[in-house]
Design a protein around this ligand. Structure first.
Ligand SMILES: [Zn+2]
Length: 522
């Protein structure tokens, strides 16, 4: 069964009476949001969609953790400029660019744009607003009453030891504005006493201020392993998946579960522990600024293909994406296969239909279009003076419809981007207007092979596939190995050893040009 259906079935089995669900996901915008976070959005987004389709009322929220302290500096920002802000809530750090409320808004916005690009419309909420509204006030009281129990859970689950004076809350220092450096020492039921510690954390230096302040309405902030279960409890979250790193034994999810169940006495949301989305085998880090930002992958491919990339793999398997070389053309090919299955149902694989369905942005408007192979479009784009629309209509065998043209324009757009940024030398070629010097080194057998092709071209007009078969036939009759034979064609036209599929290539080029060039070589 397709994994989205599997999860839905399981949820409906676990909560048979329930007709309202709150689905939640979150991100701390400590820098450009990396591609890994896209996986969570897609998983929560399609589960929300699937449950809605089962007639359930769904509230899907995406929370931006802008109350979190700045605890690292991305490599693309100036350390001198940001040093003084380390330890402050992200919402109080200035935006790197003008026109944004603050640092958190700036980096969140880029990611929110990607969420919308993929066709998901969660309700976007900012943590600091919930703190300010007082949503967590009663939970602040609650955790400050149980510091020892929470400390014990940390120790039992993860082995991490907190000092006896530790309290599960930070407050924003009234003197320096930092939250990552404050140690709450006492609580009298109304106000907390705290010290802004110079040496508490590696990444920020507290100012040493000793103060007493009310922790409510945005002044206090939970450490995140306490904040997580408090959010589940306060917002009454029903479904919330999280990445593999949080779900290790003794990890943050286990601590949060224990606090939620045993201290807050609230149910733990249905978890979907999903695997990483890696780029070329590497895990990304927003705070260090490593790897590819989500915005960049959204510029590599259209939203349906990006959703497809996330959806076709079971949530418990790693997705490792290498943008260079043939990855993107192959991804399009696989997408075309599931599309064909969806519209024509030839393989009888029901999962493929579901994968295609959930890859679409608008399930109410799914249109069958002619889908020319991506690699073919990339190839056509490299041939001068070629009318791509005409060529694609020829491939289709009938004029292109309005919908076909939408598909074609999209593929042309992304094939251009691919050629510019991700295609390797092997996949790129330039027709040599001048006679390529390298072609002089061809053997007499290779030259004979080119002459035979000239005869073939002069004989009659053949379409790509037919021409390709005829060239293969010629090769078999010659003493040449396939590699040597095709090398002759590429050297003569491109000045390099390899190139696109020969039949299509020769058909797409101007016939007289090819004949003239092959004769020149001989
Ligand atoms: Zn301070």
């Amino acid at each position: 069964m397709f994994w989205v259906d599997e999860i839905c079935e399981d949820i409906l089995k676990k909560y048979p009476e329930k007709d309202h669900f709150l689905i939640r996901d979150e991100k701390t915008p400590s820098g450009r949001v990396h591609v890994g976070s896209i996986r969570g959005v897609v998983i929560h987004g399609v589960i929300a969609q699937a449950l809605r389709e089962k007639g359930k009322q769904i509230r899907f929220i995406y929370e931006i953790n802008d109350a979190d302290p700045m605890d690292g500096l991305p490599i693309y920002l100036d350390p001198e400029k940001y040093k003084e802000h380390m330890g402050k809530p992200l919402k109080d750090v200035p935006s790197p660019e003008k026109g944004y409320e603050n640092y958190a808004h700036f980096f969140a916005q880029e990611f929110i744009d990607v969420i919308h690009f993929m066709g998901f419309e969660p309700e976007i909420i900012f943590s600091s607003d919930l703190y300010k509204q007082g949503l967590y006030n009663e939970w602040i009281d609650f955790v400050l009453l149980h510091p020892n129990d929470i400390r014990r859970i940390y120790k039992e689950v993860s082995g991490s030891e907190k000092p006896e004076t530790w309290n599960p809350l930070h407050v924003i220092c009234e003197h320096c504005g930092k939250v990552g450096t404050t140690h709450v020492q006492k609580w009298d039921g109304k106000e907390v006493e705290y010290v802004c510690e110079p040496e508490m954390v590696r990444w920020a230096k507290g100012c040493g201020y000793h103060g007493k302040v009310s922790p409510y309405n945005g002044r206090g902030k939970f450490p995140w392993k306490v904040e997580w279960p408090v959010k589940w409890a306060a917002l009454q979250v029903n479904i919330e998946g999280s990445g593999k790193d949080h779900n290790a034994s003794g990890g943050s999810h286990e601590i949060s579960e224990m606090i939620c169940r045993n201290i807050l006495k609230k149910p733990v949301p249905y978890n979907i522990p999903y695997e990483f989305f890696l780029i070329s085998g590497a895990k990304m880090s927003s705070s260090k600024g490593l790897g590819i930002a989500s915005k960049e992958i959204s510029e590599m491919m259209p939203p349906e293909i990006l959703r497809f990339l996330m959806i076709r793999t079971h949530f418990n398997q790693t997705i490792d994406f290498k943008p260079e070389g043939e990855t993107i053309p192959r991804l399009f090919d696989r997408y075309d296969e599931v599309a064909t299955e969806y519209f024509e149902g030839t393989t009888g694989n029901p999962d493929w239909k579901r994968i295609f369905y959930y890859s679409q942005l608008d399930p109410n408007h799914i249109v069958n279009r002619y889908r020319p192979r991506f690699s073919r479009i990339a190839f056509m784009l490299q041939i001068p003076h070629l009318n791509i629309e005409e060529e694609v209509a020829k491939l289709k065998g009938s004029p292109l419809t309005k919908e076909d043209l939408i598909e074609l324009d999209m593929r042309v757009d992304f094939a251009k981007r691919w050629l510019e940024k991700y295609a390797t030398e092997k996949e790129k070629f330039i027709i040599q207007e001048e006679f390529p010097e390298k072609a002089r080194s061809l053997t007499s057998d290779q030259k004979q092979f080119l002459l035979d092709i000239v005869k073939l071209l002069e004989e009659k007009k053949r379409e790509g596939e037919e021409l390709h078969a005829a060239i293969h036939e010629l090769r078999k009759q010659s003493p040449l190995q396939p590699k040597e034979a095709f090398q002759a064609i590429y050297l003569a036209l491109l000045g390099k050893d390899s190139g696109p599929q020969a039949g299509w290539f020769l058909e797409a080029l101007e016939k007289n040009f090819v004949i003239k060039r092959f004769r020149q070589v001989v």
